[in-house]
Design a protein around this ligand. Structure first.
Ligand SMILES: *Cc1c(COP(=O)(O)O)cnc(C)c1O
Length: 236
């Protein structure tokens, strides 16, 4: 077995164990493999080991990779589901609307409106998570918690989008108590939006270093890169 396939099995085993430990159904926690900075070969290895969902942050890199993956192994590539999780410039929404199944990083109405207008008719509605700046860090993207309901209502009214839930990247912390606090805030925000009549089924939270806390607080999709593919080299 390859290293990637070993790592993938280990991450899936952790997800399973963490879900059971929290009294949750392991089937309710999906794994998004974050393949940014890694090549088509890495995606193909993970796909051959059974991984279907892949997350990407950089548009051009992602488009090139999708094409390379399809060209190399069309049968393996066709069931793959691509999720965009990086910052979105408004002049780059069209290729995102055309090539991805999910976008986790929507943080304003303008971006959502453009994605809805540009989603091709032959594709199902684009799945959306509203990104929330849960720690209120100035440098972070995401709507502030106080604005989340209003933006969620706007997104829910757009015809070619399917608002699925909330996403957050909390302030990094080694302290599991702090990690859980941020994830709990996101979960509570999701509950309050649902109480206002908007159906949500997704909490996109948890990465390699805080998966345990995220699953304990109700994550339904962990976005894991390093623990599957190794550490990233941005210099390349
Ligand atoms: C890079 C990235 C991840 C994966 O992080 P790891 O620590 O490598 O698991 C998850 N979510 C987002 C938004 C990212 O940019």
């Amino acid at each position: 077995m390859s290293l990637i396939s070993d790592n993938l099995q280990a991450v899936l085993a952790h997800i399973h164990a963490y879900a059971l430990e929290s009294g949750r159904d392991p089937g309710q926690v999906d794994l998004l493999a974050v393949s940014k900075t890694f090549g088509a070969d890495a995606v193909l290895e993970a796909a051959a080991a059974g991984q279907r969902r892949f997350g990407e942050n950089y548009l051009q890199e992602a488009l090139d990779k999708m094409q390379a993956v399809h060209a190399a192994r069309p049968v393996l590539a066709s069931p793959l589901e691509w999720h965009f999780i990086g910052p979105i410039q408004s002049n780059k929404t069209r290729p995102i609307a055309e090539h991805f199944a999910w976008v986790h990083s929507v943080d304003r109405e303008k971006i959502a409106r453009r994605l809805s207008e540009q989603r091709p008719d032959h594709l199902p509605a684009l799945n959306i998570c509203l990104q929330v700046n849960i720690s209120g860090e100035e440098s972070k993207s995401g709507v502030l918690p106080a604005e989340a309901l209003a933006v969620a209502q706007q997104i829910a009214g757009l015809p070619r989008l399917n608002l699925r839930g909330l996403m957050a990247v909390p302030e990094a912390s080694d302290d599991e108590h702090q990690q859980r606090q941020a994830f709990r805030q996101l979960k509570e925000l999701s509950q309050s939006i649902q109480a206002a009549g908007i159906a949500l089924d997704t909490l996109s939270m948890g990465m390699s270093s805080d998966m345990h806390a995220a699953i304990a607080e109700g994550s339904t999709m962990v976005r894991v890169g390093t623990a599957i593919f190794g550490s990233r080299n941005y210099a390349k």
